[in-house]
Design a protein around this ligand. Sequence first.
Ligand code: TEU
Length: 582
Amino acid sequence: MKHIFLFISFCILFLSCNDEKQKSLSSAEDTSEIQKTWWKEAVIYQIYPRSFKDTDGDGVGDLKGIIEKLDYIDSLGVNMVWLNPIYSSPNADNGYDISNYREIMDEFGTMEDFDLMLSELHKRDIKFVMDVVVNHSSDEHKWFQESRKSRDNPYRDYYHWWPAEKGKPNYRYSLFDPKGDAWKYDSITNAYYLHYFSAKQPDLKWENPKVRQEVYDIMKFWAEKGVDGFRLDAFQFVSKDTTFPPLPEGYEKDVIKYYGMGPNLHEYLKELNKEVLSKYDVFAVSEGAGSSFADAHSLVDADRNELQMAYHFKGMDVGNSLDRYELSEFKEVYTQWDSAFAKEGWLSIFLANHDVPRMVSKFGNDSPEFRAASSKMLNTFILTMRGTPYCYYGDELGMTNIAFDSISQYQDIVAKNGYQKTLNEGGDIEQYMAELKFLSRDNGRTPMQWNATEHAGFTDGTPWLPVNDNYKEVNVAVQQNDPNSILNYFRKMVKFRMDNPVLVYGDYELILPDNDQVYAYTRKLEEDKMLILLNFSSENVQIEIPEPIKDLELLTNNLDQVSAQGNNIQLQPYQALIYSYK
Ligand code: TEU
């Protein structure tokens, strides 16, 4: 509801539009209390390559498309790019099923395209993160093709096989299987193989040192080409108890507890660090961080010599249901994780990726009235928290969920197999469809909206996944020239973060903890102090900033006006303000 209120002061703030991007606040590590490094200071832009820009009319994005858009990416001010997998793949899971780790997927282009893309990124001082998917390969990878041929094949031990004469192995839940069964019987050798994800994604046997050596060689191959970072897919799952003991009934409700952080994980990570990471100026980020702060610390603390960064799923889990979320829960998760990593370790900050709904549909308000304000507000959050921000393509425009109605519209293996599983189990299919409509991974994978021409300028052909109907209003071309657009706000905020080390390294403190509409926090680095106020609601909210915070000076505003008197501030719906203070 809108209230009438008095504007006590008006302030329109335009941040400096200085084009010169500050790429890095520090070039080398120093040994002061907080260890400063380039990957902590980065702002990462995640691109789902299938959906970014198609140049050959096959309806699928490609590397030439990314090359064509490099100046756009550069104009965002980001200094690192992460691409979802671009290796050869039969695409059962859109590239997360790799059939050759040293080749580029045909649909995406060639190795020459890759080399050009990488050198053009580097020319622009933008670093590059490679997705590494080695918990599993594709069943079409040569290793698996060999492995399944005979029990004495040299590649047999690259995967987890269970001879059928021993009986059916103990139940293992598969996240993607239509029957939920992670063991697939293979008649060629009368044995079952393990697949935590789909049957087309057999799990690699990390317990075999040859497998690990293969992985290190692959990572070195890409490091030699000059990639700057690795995102380790589903990595917490790689180590397994290969006796496959029975697990408690219903364990699949907490799969990370039972599959994550297996017995030899740290040994493998130390080896990977020694063999690969320590030899190059690269960082590695783990997808997933176990179930506790201790697990996450054990992966990323500097003295562990394992990984540099992790992203935990707790933030992603907030709001992952039709019941949506309470701001109190959101604040609690981010505050607890921040405080647990205040002194040691480093995390990522993100509100969306290719596995979850669009940020503004999930955490903001995607109605035409509030889409812009709430997108800007959420981008402010990502860019003012401690941790390395990961910004998902299209969120700089406020792209929204596509919200399909019919199962035939979905492309994602998780949606299709989940539908089949619900039918198989006689589950509530209406409920399942309602959940998909909001939560499906396809929501976050629709083509990038470049302009108002057909298919939003993404392709001349038929896009592999339809473009969102709102592309005529939500696209780069319309936002490019509008100084108040989400896009231009995003650019200003990226620059603002890069210009202000307090937002990278400063201490975080939650204030107004009980306010259920406003998320307010401070960041402090010596004399540098900032107050961030984010109204997560569609209402005007009056707040009073507690002492000793005083002498507020407005630095940024996602709307045109501010109503404030001293420490009393009235926030408009989805308003995001940053102040300096004494
Ligand atoms: O995701 C791992 C992960 O745990 C996901 O299964 C997540 O729970 C799921 O997407 C929710 O629907 C990684 C990738 O991010 C994902 O895209 C891949 O499908 C998956 O690994 C398999 O490689």
